[in-house]
Design a protein around this ligand. Structure first.
Ligand SMILES: [Zn+2]
Length: 105
């Protein structure tokens, strides 16, 4: 399981959510990057039971994800997914930005 985020082709910065231009180097060419895991930094349980987590992606950005399949504790390493209904175990779901592949044929 993994989640697609955006990698700048100019400076290799990893970005999420997807941007129209790189905030670091300013260029506009990106490639999809498959992020496998994130480390949970903090979780929040909403009134309806949904659990949100802030996760740090190694070498990349922090993302806020919705946990599927259970709860997690700070320091836990979770698989990332673009599938909101990921099964078998706890996953951190982040959506695919519609522009992430816009420069690809
Ligand atoms: Zn860049």
């Amino acid at each position: 399981m993994s989640a697609i985020i955006q990698a700048c082709l100019g400076c290799e910065t990893l970005l999420f959510p997807a941007r129209l231009f790189c905030p670091r180097c300013g260029q506009e060419d990106f490639a999809p990057f498959s992020a496998e895991h994130g480390i949970v930094e903090q979780t929040t349980r909403l009134a309806g039971g949904t659990v949100l987590a802030t996760l740090a992606i190694e070498g990349g950005p922090r993302v806020i994800a919705r946990l599927t399949g259970g709860d997690a504790a700070p320091g836990q390493r979770l698989p990332l997914t673009n599938d909101p209904n990921a099964a078998s175990g706890v996953h951190a779901y982040i959506p695919v930005h519609p522009n992430v592949n816009e420069d690809k044929p």
